[in-house]
Design a protein around this ligand. Structure first.
Ligand code: PRP
Ligand code: MN
Ligand code: MG
Length: 181
């Protein structure tokens, strides 16, 4: 275990198992509409690792695309005002879109994205989020596919960063307080 990690919440094996289950659920749910086109969308940068793993356990043809967003102004996510830094390369009209996120915290990122993407008239639009933090308040987001619920503590790994570090840890762990204090 990395020196800066106090505790492992989800091991590499547990993650692989859960992502496999989500992949099989999506494969089952989308089998009949796959010929209309499935687009997996991930939100850079945290969701890149989850989406890469998820895409490989969905046994259907699909496209992968990416968006990058950033909060406006003061830089706090709680503003809810979000700016698109990189948009999709794909036209999603009439296609089945699954947004892959690493974590739902305040929910403002997904709230914005879902509204923005729905205006492009996809055939369907659903969320697969690897983690949902027990944050209060949290925007009401319908997470059709959810990996794990997690406590409202400082967690890193499997895509999640602290100051851009720890994204490449293969597990999800709690950061030691002395690291960010
Ligand atoms: C994190 C995380 C989600 C978002 C969740 O991204 O990856 O995208 O915050 O927070 P919310 O539910 O409160 O909106 P971040 O903005 O840190 O960028 P990153 O993915 O590049 O780390
Ligand atoms: Mn993110
Ligand atoms: Mg981050």
């Amino acid at each position: 275990m990395h020196d800066d990690i106090a505790e492992i919440l989800f091991t590499e094996d547990e993650i692989a198992q859960r992502v496999g289950e989500i992949g099989r659920a999506i494969t089952r749910d989308y089998a009949d509409v796959a010929d209309e086109g499935i687009v997996l969308v991930s939100v850079l940068r945290g969701a890149a690792i989850f989406m890469a793993d998820l895409a490989r356990v969905i046994d259907l043809p699909l496209e992968m695309d990416y968006m990058a967003v950033s909060s406006y102004g003061s830089g706090t996510k709680s503003s809810g005002v979000i700016r698109i830094l990189k948009d999709l390369s794909t036209n999603i009209e009439g296609r089945h879109v699954i947004v892959a996120e690493d974590i739902l915290d305040s929910g403002l990122t997904l709230e914005y994205l879902l509204k923005n993407l729905s205006e492009r008239h996809p055939a369907s639009l659903r969320v697969a989020t690897f983690l949902r933090k027990q944050t209060q308040p949290q925007a009401e987001i319908d997470c059709t596919y959810l990996g794990f619920e997690c406590p409202d503590s400082f967690i890193v790994g499997y895509g999640l960063d602290y100051a851009e570090h720890y994204r490449n840890l293969p597990y999800v762990g709690v950061l030691k307080p002395e690291v960010y204090r």
